[in-house]
Structure formats: C-alpha cells, structure tokens
Design a protein around this ligand. Sequence first.
Ligand code: BGC
Length: 364
Amino acid sequence: MRKFAKSFATVAAISALALTSCGREDPGTGTEGGGEAAAGFEEGAAIGVALPQKTSENWVLAEKLFNEGLTEAGYEPSVQFANGGVSEQQNQISSMITNGVEVLVVGAIDGAQLGTQLQQAADAGITVIAYDRLLTNTENVEYYVAYDNFQVGELQGQALLDGMAERGEGPYNIELFAGSPDDANAQVFFDGAMSILQPKIDDGTLNVVSGQTEFNQAVTQGWEAGNAQTRMDTLLTGNYTSEELDGVLSPNDTLARAILTSVKASGKELPVVTGQDSEIESVKSIMADEQYSTINKDTRNLVAQAITMVEGLASGEEPEINDTESYDNGVKVVPAYLLEPQIVTKENAADAYADDPTLSELTK
Ligand code: BGC
C-alpha cells in the first residue's frame, strides 16, 4: 500500500495545500459506503452537470458524453460550461438548483469557491458528485469520481526519467511545470510527480537549473498554454544559453505542446516532455517523436462511472466507491471511485488506443 498525504485548505484566492498524513488503499472493486444516499428519484429526473472552461479536450468530450449518456439512461441533463470563470459557474449551479435537479455533477474551475452553492444544494436535498476535480473546504459533497490524480503524477515523473534514460546517461537538466493553482488536481499531480523526482534531485541525478522546484513557482494560471510558453521562454533565456535542457515535467498535453513550441523557437534540441489527456495533437506529436509521453484517462469511462453513480442514487442505493481514504478536502475525506490512469509513449500507443476509433487511427 502506498502512503501519501493529500488534504486541502484555501488561503486567500490561491489554494495553498496543507499536508496531513493519511494512508490510502489501491483502487479495488469494493462497495464500501460513505456518503449519504438520496432517497431515490424517478426516471426523467433533471441532472445538472457543471463543467469548467474548455482548457483541454477531455472537457469538451465530457459535455457530449454526459448529454448522450444521461439522456439514454432516461434523465434530463443540463450540461453547462463556465467559460466566463468562477462567478459564471456559481450562477449556473444556483440555477440548476432552482430548476430542481436531483443530482449535481461538478467539474469545478476552483473547487474552493462553490461553498455557498453547495450549501444551497445540501439544503435542497441534492446529492453532489465532484467530477474529475475535488470540491474542497465543504462538507456538502457526497462523492468523488476521478482518475487517480496522484498516480497520474507518479506516471509522469517516471516517464520523464525513462525518456531521458533512453537518450543517455545523467545527470540531467530539467524544469518543472504544474497546472493551475485553483484546480485542486494541480497540486496532487505535482506531488505525485515529485514523489518520484525529488529523490533524484536530492541524489544529484536531476538538476533543476532554474532552481524553481516549488509548486508555487511551477504553476500555470488557468492551465493556459500562453502562460506556460512565456514561462518556458523566460527559463530558456535565463538559464539555458550555455546549458542543455534534457527534460520538462509538463502536467498536461496542452502545456506540453506550448513548452515544445517555446523550445523549438529557441533552436535548442527538444527535451523529453511529459503530458496528460491523450489529446489528438499530442498523440500526433508523440508518434512524430516530439512529445515523449501522455496519460490515457479515457473520458468515456469516467463519464460512464459518474452516470453509474447517478443511477445508483436514483434507485436509492449507495453508489459503488473504491476509496475512502485518499481525498481529504479539508473538511472530510470524500468517498471516491478512482479509475486507473495509463502512461502512453510511442511504444505502447497502438495498444493503449486500440479501442479508441479516433486515436487508434493516429498510431498506424
Ligand atoms: C484534469 C486534466 C486537464 C486539466 C486542464 C485537470 O483537472 O484532470 O485532465 O488536463 O484539468 O483542463
């Protein structure tokens, strides 16, 4: 059993993450209880799905899959993006509550900024499921469904080491990028990666030439490609005029491609760059020997699992969960169903995407 800690506390506008010790179980197939099951509801019930901004392809796909899947299961979905930011998402959730949804599925922009709306939901007897991103600092979230975020980070850290080892012996020069600090996942991805990389920094195998090894130094506001590209430009100018850059930890594919764009413009040899999401352009880049790795978190399975939870609630049962220890949101440990992410490089891409009609075409 791996041991690590995750708990969430918000300081000012930025989520600062306080670590406390807690164990975790590997995802299994258990059906332990944990949340409060709704009393059940009828077919045709309204289900609200609040999604964040379209910061990566997985969210766009989720919209389509929730609409199709919930409709097919006999519900009336209301699926909304909040491209305008946190206040737009707050308003959307309030409207969903007023419109009488039975369940709220929330992919938060900032999981710490929905306390008022989630209290409204609790007062109205609505069950709240955190989708992909944890809702923090609230007791009003019953379940969490996500790919195991810490494991995503571990896989990214290991891929960075493996990719550089394939090219030659260390020590290696690297730089570290993290996601948006308002997304609770960003710190967890980073912690997972650092659990692999920190020992190698400590023993001198890895050299972070800029010295920027803290989460707060590595973050990319809003998960925006432009912000990552600008930071990479600055890192290159400030630290790599006479040094080689061997690897970059990137938390997702959108940022990986921005980092590669920056390095290309500098004329330097491309470093090993990690990613996440199996975005079409990144799978192409991997097959073209540019980006080194991505993570396969099949959105079809994640949405299907969320809908299975809704169906469990509809029949008045406890939805299936497989983790009751890992996701402490600062107020309580949220019962979770965690799916297992998969690392993808050029080597296993054909296998990994065999049952994905779009991505499998790209690996031929
Ligand atoms: C998701 C990632 C995604 C990122 C940016 C995270 O919360 O887990 O899959 O790359 O948001 O959209």
